[in-house]
Design a protein around this ligand. Structure first.
Ligand SMILES: NC(=O)c1ccc[n+]([C@@H]2O[C@H](COP(=O)([O-])OP(=O)(O)OC[C@H]3O[C@@H](n4cnc5c(N)ncnc54)[C@H](OP(=O)(O)O)[C@@H]3O)[C@@H](O)[C@H]2O)c1
Length: 262
């Protein structure tokens, strides 16, 4: 037990969690702080009354904001040991290919792929110089199980993120930097709850019925419920810790058994 605690201890490490003010990102920030890390969170809006982590305001789809975030972190912290690229989300309308404009495609790629590549470019040189560091890309089961009528461009952007993450892991494996992908299934966060309730409203059905119908389209969740953000955070904590020192280049689904693949 004591050994396990030492292996997952993060004292002396500095971590940044993008989108660390809500949902999965907030749960990860809290979990890493509890393990002893100094945690920086970024988002567009400062959370009201929550000063538990160092907050930096930045829209990560805007390179100018990212440059300011880089300056602030380099001045105040020097760099980071752990980078959690959590920012992302489904921002485009349902309805398949004909509902998606160039702007929709670009916005999904900006949020779900390019934000991560920007942050990686900033912080990887410092990790490589120290021959130590971990990068996590928060993807989605949608990358492997796209639903054409619900999330076409989002799923494509997450599939691109998975591929990028794998390439990066291979490039950096001999340089002491680990790169991993975490792919949550449906997780109980505000956008997921809104997604289900919007679907219920547009189909004129109850939220419970909407959840059942959406699940039916994916083959269901064998465990019969969504993940809690803290459950995703717990996996991320393990992956960034010394206990996972031989893990790189792999994708971990955390989905209650929903992905129908071996
Ligand atoms: N929830 C799910 O069921 C689920 C399933 C699979 C994968 N995921 C993935 O998990 C990650 C987190 O999702 P979540 O559901 O926890 O999201 P969430 O609750 O909406 O939180 C998103 C976070 O990102 C910030 N953010 C959004 N757009 C931003 C931007 N342009 N620049 C900087 N920060 C931005 C938000 O704060 P501000 O609004 O203040 O900027 C917030 O802190 C995403 O990558 C998502 O694709 C979620």
């Amino acid at each position: 037990m004591e050994n396990n605690q030492i292996l997952t201890d993060l004292k002396g490490k500095t971590a940044i969690v993008t989108g660390g003010t809500k949902g999965i990102g907030r749960a990860i920030a809290n979990e890493l702080a509890q393990a002893g890390a100094t945690v920086i969170v970024s988002a567009r809006n400062q959370p009201e009354g929550d000063n538990s982590h160092h907050f930096i305001a930045a829209d990560l789809t805007n390179p100018a904001d990212v440059a300011e975030l880089e300056q602030e972190i380099k001045q105040k912290f020097g760099g980071v040991d752990i980078l959690i690229n959590n920012v992302g989300g489904l921002t485009t309308p349902p309805g398949g290919f004909s509902a998606l404009t160039d702007e929709h495609w670009e916005s999904e790629l900006q949020l779900n792929l390019l934000a991560a590549t920007r942050l990686d470019r900033i912080f990887l040189p410092g990790m490589i110089a120290k021959k130590s560091g971990v990068v996590i890309h928060i993807s989605s089961v949608a990358a492997k199980q796209p639903l054409w009528n619900l999330n076409m461009a989002y799923a494509v952007s997450k599939a691109a993120l998975n591929s990028y993450s794998k390439s990066l892991a291979t490039e950096l494996a001999s340089k002491g930097v680990r790169v991993l992908t975490v792919a949550p299934g449906a997780t109980k966060t505000p956008p997921m709850e809104k997604f289900v309730s919007d679907y219920a409203q547009s189909s004129n059905i109850t939220v419970e019925e909407a959840f059942k119908q959406l699940l039916a389209q994916t083959g269901g969740i064998p465990m019969g419920r969504m993940a809690e953000p803290e459950e995703v955070a717990s996996l991320v904590h393990y992956l960034v810790s010394p206990a996972a020192k031989y893990l790189t280049g792999t994708t971990y689904a955390i989905d209650g058994g929903s992905l129908p693949v071996v």
